[in-house]
Design a protein around this ligand. Structure first.
Ligand code: AMP
Ligand code: MG
Length: 401
């Protein structure tokens, strides 16, 4: 058997051949959350469109500082532009357009007002409390780049430009297969002897949906060569990518790899990570195939580390790079491993630092380890860990975006 492939090499090979072939489609802004921009978006107008007041107060000429002047106008947000009479001030409210002639705003707290007159403070700087035209966005400037996954604040920014509709890539369709004779769907009654519930299906459904993919659920696939090939062909004919769980190990009931090889090719198999060694990647006819291990924790971790970056690239995303963060080990590891290890940890803040505490049972079949965790701690090959030692963690919340 070939030696296990290091994670970074596997990732490099995966991403080298990943290209987005999805057509674009227009969507209304309110439907754009989580979609991937298919074209750069530029500002069409200056925002704000005119100088306006940052305060409730009075608009004035800074050279009139210290004088007592009549209040000649009232300007609220939404009022059309006006001009300021000589030797007067204008009452103004936040967002109100600065009248032509005024060059500063004083806060109402700093003004003594009585019988239609305002006693102005002595210290007034020209330009104070004015939000300048175009200070947020200048017409023509780049707002958001192609390949960006749209967030709520991006939708607000586009709306501030009067943009009601944006071009996004069509959703990536992923065919999902759960292999295993032992699997039963929750809701199908009590478990017969030898059976377990299918936990990977809803978990992978959730992971794919969180990424913004359209999931085509092909259900449970029996552990036979024929059923496996049939399901793979169905997936290849109806989706952009196939994601399966289970059946990629070395057991006699593991038909997935042979079936993929019979219908296409396996390009990658067996990665030097723990959990998740049996991960496989290849093609069924020309449709990319991702084979996740069956153990739920392995399926989850390999999805996040390998399938996620690959699927993001296929979706047209350019902003999916993952940040690891520094933390301290609230544990010790005395035996060095031969694979890069991803411990399921929960984090807490103490003395201004993040501490990582591993879940007690790190077995790849133990799904409660993931529900109890909020990060993965990265342990390099051949290294031990001392209590309090710095290490890198990856937040599960970051990975689910
Ligand atoms: P496999 O990779 O098919 O050899 O499966 C490895 C382990 O994961 C076995 O104990 C399986 O029963 C379990 N397993 C496989 N698929 C699932 C699934 N969809 N849900 C829960 N456990 C699974
Ligand atoms: Mg199996």
């Amino acid at each position: 058997m070939k030696p296990l492939l290091p994670l970074n090499e596997a990732l490099e090979q995966l991403l080298a051949n990943a290209t987005c072939r999805l057509p674009g489609e227009p969507v209304l802004l309110e439907d754009a959350l989580g979609r991937i921009l298919a074209e750069d978006q530029h500002a069409v107008i200056d925002v704000p469109p005119a100088d306006n007041s940052a305060m409730d107060g009075f608009a004035l000429r800074a050279s009139d500082a210290g004088r007592k002047l009549p209040v000649s106008a009232r300007v609220a947000a939404g009022d059309a532009g006006s001009s300021l009479e000589q030797n007067s001030v204008a009452r103004i409210f936040t967002g109100g357009e600065i009248p032509v002639g005024a060059d500063a705003v004083v806060m109402q707290e700093d003004v003594h007002q009585a019988e239609g007159f305002a006693q102005l403070p002595r210290d007034v700087r020209a330009g104070q409390h004015i939000r300048r035209k175009g200070q947020d966005c200048r017409a023509g400037s780049l707002l958001l780049s192609r390949g960006r996954r749209l967030r709520p604040q991006d939708m607000g920014l586009l709306a501030s430009q009067g943009i009601a509709q944006v071009p996004v890539f069509q959703k990536l369709t992923v065919a999902l297969l759960s292999t295993g004779n032992e699997l039963r769907e929750p809701g199908s009654g009590a478990l017969p002897s030898g059976a377990i519930f299918n936990s990977n299906r809803p978990m992978l459904f959730g992971l794919l949906s969180a990424l913004g993919c359209k999931v085509l659920d092909l259900g449970i696939v029996r552990d036979t060569a024929v059923a496996t090939r049939e399901a793979l062909l169905l997936g290849a004919g109806s989706a952009d990518v196939i994601v399966s769980s289970g059946g990629v190990s070395v057991g006699e009931a593991d038909h997935v790899r042979d079936a993929v090889e019979a219908l296409g090719e396996i390009a990658l198999w067996r990665i030097a990570i723990k959990p998740g060694k049996p991960f496989a990647f290849g093609h069924v006819a020309s449709t990319p195939f991702i084979g996740l291990p069956g153990n739920p924790s392995s399926a989850f971790v390999t999805f996040l580390l390998l399938a996620r970056p690959y699927l993001c690239k296929l979706q047209g995303r350019e902003d999916a790079t993952l940040m690891s963060r520094p933390a301290r080990a609230d544990f010790a590891l005395t035996t060095p491993g031969s694979r890069q290890e991803f411990l399921r940890v929960s984090t807490s803040q103490r003395d201004g630092e993040i501490w990582a505490t591993p879940y007690a049972n790190q077995s790849s079949g133990v799904l409660s380890s993931l529900s109890a965790s909020d990060a993965l701690a990265v342990i390099p090959v051949g290294e031990t860990v001392e209590q309090g030692q710095p290490l890198q963690i990856v937040s599960l919340d970051d990975l689910l975006q």
